[in-house]
Ligand binder design. Structure first.
Ligand code: PAF
Length: 286
């Protein structure tokens, strides 16, 4: 029999289903998404299926994590396509609330993201992580999952959410899944759909450059020189603006990296109107 994922749009209906699962002793994994699903998301669903009895995938384009000048209006939307993919991926519930269900009239409480949000993306998108932390807090309370699966593609988001869950004693585990890439190295992202043909050809240089940074960082070369060279390399490859290339402590994202601690290279750069982010580990295969 073909698997059927149930689409739910109200918290009330969601709670009814999850309460039934709980009384049957089932565990629940949540995969939060903003839709426009690609192979990277489907890998998260696959990981979730290995982690719990039941899988809820949320699709909600969260307005509170976009600044007024950002791409909320043009963010790719394809609910029919997403639902077909989630049937095939064997999700049990697609949790797809409207904006009024998530943020009803009078909604005014928010979560302030912790120190992991302070710079990198936080410097360029000042309220972004508060919006992410608030909606994830709501999603965790709505779905009550045992675990939630997030991609390492948004590495700082993962660090911010780990801090949220620890700091607020939230009763769930966060599971990190590796970045899924195109054959040429470009990290899968819903925003890749914005790239022109020419920009798409340039885009894999981001991964190539940060991989090179990671190799050089592992040799002990001075970080300021490595990252300045990388910034120049991205401009030379055709990136129109580089927001940052940084080597950070892999856990805290602090710029002070102590010997023996694992490190991560994180970067953000623009191709025309499209901003790409990526990251790789230093010293291990990504
Ligand atoms: O990574 C995303 O797609 C979003 O930031 C998330 C976690 C679904 C919150 O809106």
């Amino acid at each position: 029999m073909k698997h059927s994922a149930k689409v739910i749009r109200t918290v009330r209906d969601l709670r009814q289903v999850t309460a039934g699962w709980r009384s049957d002793g089932k565990t629940i994994a949540l995969v939060p998404t903003m839709g426009a699903l690609h192979r990277g998301h489907l890998a998260l669903v696959e990981r979730a299926r290995k982690s719990a009895d039941k899988v809820v995938v949320s699709i909600f384009i969260n307005p509170t994590q976009f600044a007024p000048h950002e791409d909320l209006a043009r963010y790719p939307r394809d609910e029919a396509g997403d639902l077909a993919k989630l049937q095939d991926a064997q999700a049990d519930i697609v949790w797809s609330p409207g904006v009024d269900e998530m943020y009803p009239a009078g909604f005014s409480t928010g979560v302030k993201a912790g120190s992991a949000a302070a710079d990198l993306e936080g410097a360029f998108r000042p309220h972004h992580f508060d919006g992410v932390a608030t909606v994830c807090c709501k999603l965790f309370n709505q779905v009550t999952p045992d675990c939630a699966v997030f991609g390492e593609k948004d590495y700082q988001q993962l660090a911010v959410l780990r801090q949220l869950v620890d700091d607020l004693n939230m009763p769930l585990t966060l599971v990190a899944a590796p970045t899924v890439r195109e054959r040429d190295g470009l990290a899968l992202s819903s925003r890749n759909a914005y790239l022109s043909e020419r920009e798409r050809q340039i885009a894999p240089a981001l991964y190539a450059v940060i991989t090179d940074v990671a190799a050089k960082a592992a040799t002990g070369a001075p970080f300021t020189v490595i990252t300045a060279d990388a910034t120049a390399g991205l401009a030379e490859a055709g990136f129109t603006k580089v927001d940052y290339v940084e080597i950070r402590d892999a856990q805290t994202l602090s710029a002070s990296v102590s010997p023996g601690k694992s490190m991560r290279v994180l970067a953000a750069a623009w191709l025309g109107k499209t901003r790409l982010i990526d990251n790789v580990a230093v010293g291990t295969q990504d």
